[in-house]
Design a protein around this ligand. Structure first.
Ligand SMILES: *Cc1c(COP(=O)(O)O)cnc(C)c1O
Length: 354
C-alpha cells in the first residue's frame, strides 16, 4: 500500500513521559538582574542552540517581553525560530556569512550577519551590504577578525552596527581579561560603530568597565552561575521531570540493568524511569539520585539509553505514571558530573516536552 495516499489523520499522541518545566518568571528575572548589573549598557540575549536547549520558541518571547532587544544565534538554521518573535534587525548570526548563500539569506530576511574576517566582509559587501555586526578577536583565537586586519579597506567599507569581541576567561580571575579589555578599547577607537559589546554572562560580573553599550548573557539567563558574584542573584529556570514507567519488586541477589552493575542486598522496590543517556542524562550523572519531593531516590546500576532504575525505598507511594524530578541546579550538578553547566543544558534531549 502506498502510505502517501492514505488520508486518515494521525491520531493525537498520548502525553510524553519526559517534560521540561520552564520557570518563565525566573527567566525574566534573570534577564532583568543581568540588565541591571550591566549598568548603563543594555543586556541582549544569547539564544543559540535553541536557547541553550530550553526551546527558543518559549524563551525568546519571555526575554523580549522582559525587555531584551538583541538576540544572538550561531547558525543560520536557528534564525527562523527566533524571527517568529522579534524583528529581523534584532537577530545577529554569530557564524557569519561563510558562504555566498548566507549573505544572500541575511539580505533577503533582514537579519544582521556577524562579520568575522576580511573574506566575510567582502562577501557581505558584494552581496549588497547593509548594516552588519563585526566580531574582532582580542585573544580567544576562535572566530573574529584578527587585530592585524582591522585597518583593511574591506572593513572600512562596512556599516557596523555592533562591534563585538568575546572574552576567553571571564569565568576566571585571569590577566587575559584586562588584556582583552585593553585591546578591545583600541579596536573601538579605530573602527566606527553604532554600539560596542564585550561581556558574556561572566563578563557582566567583571564590572562596568566590561559592559560598553550592550552585554550578551547566555548561560546565566538559564540558571547557570559562571562566577560566584552571580550566585545570589541567578535563579534556576529549567526543571526536567521523568515518569516512572514500571515499578518492580526486587529479591535479594537480583541484578539491575546492563551488566548487573547493581545487585540488591535484600528485597526492595525499584522504579524504572523514562530517562536515559539519549535524553542527555549521561552516565557521568551517576552515582546520583532522582527526587520525589524531598525524597532522594538513588540510581541503581547503569544509565541505559531510554531508562534508569531508582530505589523507591524512600518513596513507597510512587506508582507507575508518577513524575520524578531530575536534579538540575546547574552549578552543583556540573560539579558532581564533571560536565559543564553549558553541557548540562544543551544536551537535554528532544524527547523532553518543552
Ligand atoms: C555564547 C556566546 C555568548 C554567551 O555566553 P555565556 O557564557 O553563555 O553568557 C556571548 N557572546 C558570544 C559571541 C557567544 O558565542
Amino acid at each position: 500500500m502506498d502510505r502517501r495516499k492514505t488520508s486518515k489523520p494521525m491520531p493525537e499522541l498520548p502525553p510524553p513521559s519526559l517534560r521540561l518545566r520552564l520557570d518563565d518568571g525566573a527567566l525574566a528575572a534573570n534577564w532583568r538582574a543581568l540588565d541591571a548589573m550591566s549598568g548603563a549598557a543594555h543586556a541582549g540575549a544569547a539564544v543559540k542552540a535553541d536557547a541553550y536547549g530550553l526551546g527558543a520558541g518559549k524563551v525568546v518571547p519571555v526575554l523580549r517581553d522582559a525587555g531584551a532587544r538583541d538576540f544572538f544565534v550561531a547558525h543560520w538554521s536557528e534564525v527562523p525560530d527566533v524571527l517568529r518573535h522579534v524583528d529581523p534587525a534584532q537577530v545577529a548570526v554569530l557564524h557569519g556569512p561563510v558562504r555566498a548563500e548566507d549573505a544572500a539569506y541575511a539580505r533577503s530576511v533582514g537579519v544582521r550577519p556577524v562579520i568575522n574576517s576580511i573574506a566575510q566582509a567582502k562577501r557581505w559587501t558584494e552581496a549588497g551590504g547593509g548594516p552588519c555586526h563585526l566580531m574582532v578577536d582580542t585573544g580567544i583565537n576562535r572566530l573574529g577578525l584578527s587585530l592585524a586586519d582591522i585597518g583593511d579597506p574591506a572593513i572600512a567599507a562596512l556599516d557596523v552596527d555592533l562591534l563585538i569581541s568575546h572574552l576567553a576567561s571571564a569565568d576566571e580571575d585571569s590577566p587575559l581579561n584586562a588584556r582583552q579589555l585593553a585591546r578591545f578599547r583600541t579596536v573601538c577607537a579605530e573602527i566606527p560603530a553604532q554600539r560596542r559589546s564585550l561581556a558574556n554572562s561572566a563578563g557582566i560580573a567583571l564590572g562596568p568597565d566590561f559592559a560598553f553599550d550592550l552585554t550578551r548573557p547566555g548561560i546565566a539567563l538559564y540558571g547557570g552561575v559562571p562566577r560566584g558574584e552571580l550566585a545570589s542573584t541567578i535563579r534556576q529556570v529549567a526543571y526536567p521531570q521523568a515518569a516512572v514507567i514500571q515499578v518492580r519488586e526486587l529479591a535479594a541477589g537480583d541484578g539491575v540493568g546492563y551488566n548487573a552493575a547493581f545487585t540488591a542486598a535484600e528485597a526492595m522496590r525499584a522504579g524504572v524511569v523514562s530517562l536515559g543517556y539519549a535524553d542527555g542524562f549521561l552516565r557521568c550523572r551517576g552515582p546520583g539520585v532522582l527526587r520525589r519531593g524531598e525524597a532522594r531516590l538513588p540510581l541503581l546500576g547503569k544509565v541505559s539509553m531510554d531508562m534508569v532504575v531508582v530505589d523507591l525505598g524512600t518513596a513507597p507511594e510512587v506508582r507507575e505514571g508518577d513524575w520524578l524530578d531530575v536534579p538540575f541546579e546547574l552549578p552543583t550538578q556540573a560539579e558532581a558530573s564533571g560536565l559543564s553547566q553549558y553541557e548540562l543544558l544543551t544536551t537535554l534531549g528532544r524527547r523532553f516536552r518543552r
